[in-house]
Ligand binder design. Structure first.
Ligand code: SIN
Ligand code: MN
Length: 280
């Protein structure tokens, strides 16, 4: 029988994989994969060619950009998150000291955010791993989304722009969440960033990829008074300025709604990937 010191490099690799973060993709393609029916492929092509893009101001400081992330970028984001997520500092299932686990997997880039203490730290307390950096491409996409939303506001929203445009920011935090089919997130405010960041209304920028989510938001913690919106794969939601401290949450994930082409290109597991960017 081998003891610890007899372990080969292979054993080490296996151990690392077993103990490392959760993989958001299936490792192997299913043996028999049916092509999506023609009407599904055509619908996706139509969406793609129209870019399915539209921008709506939901309330001052809160902008929904439907279909903003191209299909190719959605694929590359899933692949990037997978690569980062299975290594050190990758996806894990957060839980509370009472033993309750959240129905989602999480990975922080830039800074670690601890859901129990609600504090940002340089290292992740339970394994001392250092969060990886935010890939430059994602960083640029966030800045571009803020610029595009402001361009839309300037051109389309009447009256003075005062209090309507969204402050620019350069994200140093990215929290990636992978919601399983039963994943939800209670109504909460994002208020653990610096006082300065919140006071300035530096926006929270959120990317949705995979299955759709029912997302609720409102002035108060009362879920029955909240507004509802569906976040689809490729949507970007921004809330900053006057909406920076809006209450928000995810009530459910809509099963089997992820674009077939995304699943085919990535083998993404059933669920929803959300990336939330902020500046501390
Ligand atoms: C969050 O508020 O942390 C994530 C929201 C989402 O998943 O859309
Ligand atoms: Mn939040």
């Amino acid at each position: 029988m081998k003891n610890f010191w007899d372990k080969s490099q292979n054993d080490d690799d296996n151990e690392r994989l077993n103990h490392s973060g959760f993989d958001i993709c299936q490792k192997d393609s299913p043996p028999f994969k049916l092509k999506p029916p023609l009407h599904v492929t055509n619908r996706e092509r139509r969406k793609q060619s129209m870019k399915g893009q539209s921008i709506t101001v939901l309330r001052p400081g809160m902008v929904l950009m439907k279909g903003y992330i191209s299909s190719a970028d959605q694929v590359s984001i899933v692949k990037t998150c997978r690569e980062l997520g299975i290594g050190d500092g990758g996806f894990y299932q957060p839980g509370y000291s009472c033993g309750r686990k959240l129905q989602l997997k999480m990975m922080c880039l830039g800074k670690n955010w601890d859901p129990e203490s609600r504090m940002y730290t340089e290292l992740r307390p339970f394994d001392n791993s250092k969060p990886l950096g935010i890939p430059e491409k994602l960083h640029d996409m966030v800045e571009k989304a803020i610029q595009d939303s402001n361009e839309f506001i300037r051109e389309n929203v009447g009256g003075s722009n005062e209090g309507k445009v969204i402050p620019n920011m350069s994200p140093d935090i990215c929290i990636a969440k992978f919601y399983t089919k039963s994943g939800t997130l209670g109504l909460h405010q994002d208020k653990d960033e610096s006082e300065k960041s919140i006071k300035k209304g530096l926006p929270v920028v959120s990317f949705s990829i995979g299955e759709y989510a029912e997302f609720i938001y409102g002035e108060t913690r009362a879920a029955n008074e909240a507004e509802k919106v569906i976040l689809e794969s490729g949507d970007v939601l921004i809330f900053g300025g006057k909406s920076r401290l809006i209450y928000h949450g995810v009530t459910c994930i809509l099963p089997d709604t992820a674009p077939a082409s995304l699943i085919e290109a990535t083998n993404l597991l059933p669920g929803r990937l959300n990336l939330t960017f902020k500046m501390f």
